[in-house]
Design a protein around this ligand. Structure first.
Ligand code: HEM
Length: 286
């Protein structure tokens, strides 16, 4: 992870500016994830487009789902023919549920969920976290001077900018706090609301990078708790650490207004960042 993040940042650090998502935000997590899955990264753009269509574009969601399914069917067949233990696709094929092998449908369902869960969520989280840092030079300074504070800071940024809204289907007629829900209704569980609950978090509207305890549920909880949370945490911690080591104080490009995207996974269209390129930096005294 460190090597990949370092290479991507080295490629832009002397430019003094970047569109964060294209230059870094989507490159690092998607490349790492494809490697874990045992997939080639030469079709990075295609993967990103699919993820974008499925998560943010209702009209083209069906088409993208069919294309992804066809692609994953090929991948699964390839891994069945030439197993590569230690990659996620081969390992899912080998999974057992109560001592019976996964059915073809279960293999496809699991690989699909891993594929779609890992592509967009980390990109979006990284983008919100970096926007916050770009708008708060004092936070950059704090973490640059003491990188040991990065893990707690990342937890607080997960709490402040949880990107996933979970969905559930009501299984029986019920009444919760006076709201009637009928069997079959769809319910959205907003992680943004629950991570702002004043009964759980003191001054929830304030971002406190050292907040402790911090029992946020940006990764949900219960049996469907995010399977990729440890990977996502690690990626974002490493990304911030490696970025702050290489890039001087950075900010959002003056006049640029980031446009955010709603839906099941919140996101941002673009994030334009600027910093002083190497030749413009004031030389250090001595
Ligand atoms: C910051 C990044 C991420 C966030 C905020 C996030 C958030 C979530 C949330 C809230 C859920 C629960 C959904 C529900 O209850 O309906 C979930 C489930 C899941 N996530 Fe993530 N996720 C992230 C990254 C990842 C990554 C990197 C992977 C894959 C490696 C992943 C794989 C999954 C899977 C497979 C599930 C479904 C678990 C199940 O239903 O049993 N996620 N995620």
């Amino acid at each position: 992870m460190r090597e990949m993040a370092g290479k991507l940042i080295d490629a832009i650090k002397d430019k003094g500016e970047c569109e964060f998502i294209r230059a870094f935000g989507e490159q690092m997590p998607v490349r790492i994830f494809l490697e874990l899955m045992g997939m080639a990264d030469d079709d990075l753009e295609k993967f990103r487009n699919w993820a974008d269509m499925i998560v943010h574009d209702r009209a083209r969601r069906g088409q993208a789902m069919r294309e992804v399914k066809a692609f994953l069917e090929e991948q699964i067949a390839e891994h069945r023919a030439n197993p590569r233990p230690g990659t996620l696709v081969s390992d899912v094929i080998d999974f057992k549920a109560d001592d019976r092998p996964f059915t073809d449908e279960e293999v496809m369902g699991t690989v699909f969920l891993l594929f779609i869960g890992g592509l967009d969520t980390v990109v979006s989280s990284l983008t919100f976290h970096f926007r916050y840092l770009a708008e708060h030079p004092e936070a950059q300074k704090l973490l640059r001077e003491d990188p040991a504070k990065i893990p707690d800071a990342v937890e607080e940024l997960f709490r402040a900018f949880p990107v996933v809204t979970t969905g559930r289907i009501v299984s029986a007629d019920t009444d919760i706090f006076g709201v009637t829900m009928k069997k079959g209704d769809m319910v959205a569980g907003s992680t943004l609301l629950s991570t702002s609950d004043p009964e759980e978090f003191e001054n929830p509207e304030k971002i406190d990078l050292g907040r402790s305890p911090n029992r946020h549920n940006a990764f949900s909880f219960g049996p469907h708790r995010c399977l990729g949370s440890h990977l996502a945490r690690r990626e974002i911690q490493v990304a911030i650490d490696e970025w702050l080591k290489r890039i001087p104080e950075f900010s959002v490009e003056p006049g640029f207004e980031p446009e955010t995207l709603g839906g099941g996974v919140m996101g941002m269209k673009e994030l334009r960042l600027v910093w002083a390129p190497r030749q413009d930096r004031v030389p250090r005294a001595g």
